[in-house]
Design a protein. Structure first.
Length: 344
């Protein structure tokens, strides 16, 4: 017999199954087999597995504020952090909606291969997906209004800047991704807009040093998109979607992405020397073993099939970049925590 928690009506086995489902979605971005529970469905629809990149951006902003000795209003920090996570969710929902609308996402496109497209797989209708995007955007709008009353008009600049760039990434008429500008968009959004925006909400200021400090992690996030677009070159080139890797070609794009990795480590060290980042930020160097494996992967063309277990295949370079981003980003946060504690 299975034990049932008093008054809950949910057995321990069922709870364990739910937790396994949630973990599976978060680690693979794929839906678990069987019937989707509401939490698993939401995690899957919003591609929650990549949301840690945004959580790290929020953490970087808050910890920079403490390290710099700024007066932090933690309630506004928390609200801004929630806001950028919701904005990332909304962006993922809108990307699926707009790419389906313009015909990019289809049965044989990588988006439907590494994780079933929610509409094409029948999990949700187009109207349902649009309703989800509108709801999350409405919550983001409410957060922007509250923070604007608390901190002033710059909040609107950060919020609208992020919304316009992220929506124009796939939405007509701009479709930045189609014209080789999607990668630059990620650099700006995950750097100055996210980190700078949360910092401003928390402190009411935005020093230039904070903008500089936001760039190393933004570079890492950009390597994930570069890897994804390298993986999708055969499909995007045929469709006329001129991402930066399509414009540069696979070999050159792999070199450029490797240069971004180098840029991350060099910029962290340079910012430590300049006393913009705390000394403990050099802990990111502990991610070099993971970086080495990723570097080796980027030194060769994409294999015909994944040599290791890979639930998001045909994504290969994107998955490798994500491993570095997760490890180095975590170590950067740890270094900032130590810097906030030690004050140097």
């Amino acid at each position: 017999m299975t034990d049932v928690a008093a008054g809950s009506g949910v057995s321990r086995d069922e709870r364990g199954g739910l937790l396994r489902n949630w973990k599976y979605v978060l680690t693979t971005t794929n839906p678990p087999s069987g019937r989707l529970d509401p939490v698993s469905k939401w995690l899957y629809l919003t591609r929650a597995g990549v949301l840690p990149m945004t959580l790290v951006a929020a953490a970087v902003a808050g910890l920079l504020a403490v390290f710099r000795g700024a007066h932090v209003s933690w309630e506004w920090f928390a609200l801004a952090a929630i806001g950028i996570v919701l904005a990332h969710m909304a962006n993922n929902l809108m990307n699926d909606l707009f790419d389906l609308q313009v015909g990019t996402d289809r049965d044989d496109y990588p988006r439907n291969l590494y994780s079933p497209h929610p509409v094409l797989s029948g999990v949700i209708t187009r109207k349902g997906l649009a309703a989800c995007a509108l709801t999350v955007n409405a919550i983001c709008l409410a957060i922007m209004v509250v923070l604007t009353f608390a901190r002033g008009w710059p909040v609107i600049a950060f919020a609208l800047g992020g919304f316009l760039l992220s929506s124009a990434y796939t939405a007509p008429p701009l479709r930045l991704k189609k014209h080789g500008l999607g990668e630059a968009t990620v650099l700006v959004v995950w750097g100055p807009l996210m980190v700078g925006g949360v910092y401003y909400a928390a402190t009411g200021t935005i020093p230039g040093a904070v903008v500089l400090a936001s760039l190393p992690y933004a570079l890492l996030c950009t390597t994930v998109l570069m890897g994804k677009h390298i993986d999708k070159i055969p499909w995007d080139a045929a469709d006329g979607t001129r991402t930066l890797p399509v414009l540069l070609g696979e070999a050159q794009s792999r070199r450029v992405t490797q240069a971004m990795f180098v840029g991350f480590y060099v910029s962290v060290i340079a910012l430590v020397i300049a006393r913009v980042l705390p000394v403990a930020s050099v802990l990111v160097l502990l991610s070099l073993p993971v970086m080495r494996r990723t570097w080796m992967a980027y030194s060769e063309p994409k294999p015909a099939e994944s040599p290791v277990y890979n639930p998001v295949w045909p994504l290969w370079f994107a998955a490798m970049s994500f491993l570095v981003t997760r490890r180095a980003g975590g170590l950067l946060v740890l270094g900032l925590i130590l810097g906030a504690i030690l004050g140097r």
